[in-house]
Design a protein around this ligand. Structure first.
Ligand SMILES: [Zn+2]
Length: 313
C-alpha cells in the first residue's frame, strides 16, 4: 500500500466533507453589477496586469462574511448563473462500502458555471492579492485540525489568494497549507489568476463539513483536511497541508465505480472540455509543476483530476 493507495482512500473522505453552501452575497453581486454597468463588462476584466502577489492587509484574514441569502434578482453574471436552489441540500445514502453511489449529473450542472459565493471580501481593485500568516485561532477552531493531526498548527499557514470566478469577477479565497508550501502555492494561484482560470469557491474545510453526509455536488477548492486513511495509519497528504484539490466537481476522483463528487459523472468525459476542467499539460498542471507539484490526473490505477500534491501522493 503506497501513498497513492492511501490517497485513494483518503479521497473517499471527500464524500463526507461537504458543506452546506452559503448562498451568493447579494450586496456584493448587486454592487458588482452596478459598478460594471453591464455584466459583460465585468466578465471582460483582464486579469493580465495584476499577477504580482502582494499582501494587502485590506481585510481581516480571519474575517468571513455572512451570506445574507440568495438574490432572486441576480441569476446571471457573464456566463455564470446562480446555483440551483437545491445545491448542497440533498444528502445521498452511503452504501456499505462507505461511498454514495455515482449518479448522473443533473442537467443544471453539466456545464457548471456558478456565480461565486464570497466567503471573504473580494479585492476592491479587482487585482490579485495574497496574504500568508500564522493560522489565527479563529480559523484553526473552524478547521479540521486537532492535536491528533500529523502537523503542528505552527507548521501551517493561513493563506488568502485572489481567484477569478466563473462570473469573471475577482474573489478572495482562503487555504490552510503547510508552511513550506505557502509561498509556492501563492505563485500557483497568482498564475491561475493571471491566466483567467476560473475557480468557483475556495474555503478552509470545516470539521462540520468533513463529517457531513455527502451531497455529491461540492465544488470547493481546498487544501488542508486532517484525515487518516480509514483502517490505516497513513495520513493523507491533505493532512499535512501538502495537497490541494481544485474545482473538484469539474475534476472528479474516479476509481472503479467510485466517483467523487458522486454527481460529477458528466465530468468523467475529459474530452468534452468545459471551463474549469484541468487538462493534461494544460495551464493548471503547468502552474503546479512549476513548484514541483504533481497531478492526480496522471495516476494510472485511478484518476484524481482535482488533486495536486508536493510528493505525488
Ligand atoms: Zn486531494
Amino acid at each position: 500500500m503506497g501513498e497513492r493507495d492511501g490517497m485513494a482512500s483518503d479521497d473517499r473522505a471527500r464524500s463526507w466533507r461537504r458543506q452546506m453552501p452559503d448562498r451568493p452575497a447579494t450586496g456584493r453581486l448587486l454592487a458588482a453589477l452596478l459598478a460594471c454597468g453591464v455584466a459583460a463588462a465585468c466578465s471582460a476584466n483582464s486579469p493580465g496586469t495584476s499577477a504580482t502577489p502582494a499582501p494587502t492587509g485590506s481585510f481581516g484574514a480571519a474575517a468571513v462574511t455572512s451570506a445574507p441569502g440568495p438574490s432572486p434578482s441576480v441569476t446571471r453574471i457573464g456566463s455564470a448563473t446562480a446555483a440551483p436552489a437545491w445545491l448542497g441540500t440533498r444528502a445521498l445514502p452511503v452504501g456499505s462500502n462507505g461511498f454514495a453511489a455515482a449518479r448522473d449529473t443533473p442537467p443544471e450542472l453539466r456545464h457548471r458555471s456558478i456565480i461565486t459565493t464570497d466567503d471573504l471580501p473580494p479585492p476592491a481593485d479587482g487585482r490579485f492579492h495574497s496574504t500568508v500568516q500564522a493560522v489565527p485561532a479563529s480559523v484553526l477552531a473552524r478547521s479540521t485540525w486537532s492535536k491528533a493531526c500529523p502537523v503542528k498548527a505552527t507548521d501551517l499557514r493561513y493563506v488568502t489568494v485572489g481567484f477569478r470566478g466563473f462570473d469573471g469577477l475577482a474573489h478572495t479565497g482562503e487555504l490552510l497549507v503547510n508552511a513550506r508550501a505557502a509561498a509556492g502555492l501563492v505563485k500557483v494561484f497568482a498564475t491561475l489568476f493571471a491566466q483567467g482560470y476560473p475557480i468557483e469557491r475556495m474555503r478552509v474545510t470545516s470539521a462540520a463539513g468533513l463529517n457531513a453526509p455527502p451531497t455529491g455536488d461540492d465544488n470547493t477548492t481546498d487544501a488542508y483536511a486532517c484525515r487518516p486513511v480509514r483502517g490505516s495509519k497513513i495520513w493523507s497528504q491533505h493532512a499535512y497541508g501538502l495537497a490541494v484539490d481544485v474545482n473538484p466537481f469539474l475534476n472528479p476522483y474516479h476509481r472503479g465505480k467510485v466517483v467523487l463528487p458522486e454527481l460529477a459523472t458528466s465530468y468523467l468525459d475529459r474530452g468534452d472540455l468545459r471551463p474549469g476542467m484541468i487538462r493534461p499539460r494544460g495551464p493548471v498542471v503547468k502552474a503546479f509543476a512549476a513548484i514541483g507539484w504533481k497531478w492526480g490526473g496522471d495516476y494510472h490505477s485511478l484518476k484524481d483530476y482535482m488533486h495536486f500534491s508536493a510528493n505525488g501522493g
